[in-house]
Design a protein around this ligand. Structure first.
Ligand code: SF4
Ligand code: SF4
Length: 91
């Protein structure tokens, strides 16, 4: 079985809530923005959010995200793995 491994270079994706291109453009809604750190009694500042790809099993490999990301932060590799070992992908 071939699975997509979606990597997001956080040095290139520095302002995900302002950009949000991948969040809007992925037809499978694979991406999510989440706070990198959670504080007690106050909200996480916008510049401390990161993009993750928690819904990667829905990825069809269309590469829209790779082509549209304005900073080139997203790369996708396709990895062959044995059946039943699909876990452990993508932060
Ligand atoms: S390759 Fe296509 S389906 Fe997969 S994460 Fe990127 S935009 Fe979404
Ligand atoms: S499209 Fe690229 S730069 Fe924009 S939020 Fe997504 S990963 Fe970050």
């Amino acid at each position: 079985m071939i699975i997509p491994v979606i990597n997001i270079d956080r040095k290139k994706c520095t302002s995900p809530l302002d950009c949000a291109v991948c969040l809007r453009q992925c037809p499978q809604a694979v991406f999510k923005a989440k706070p990198a750190k959670v504080y007690k009694f106050r909200e996480t500042p916008e510049n401390e959010y990161i993009i993750t790809a928690p819904y990667w099993p829905a990825c069809t490999g269309c590469r829209e995200c790779v082509q549209r990301c304005p900073t080139g932060a997203i790369t996708i590799e396709y990895r062959e793995i044995p059946e039943g070992k699909e876990e452990g992908n993508n932060g």
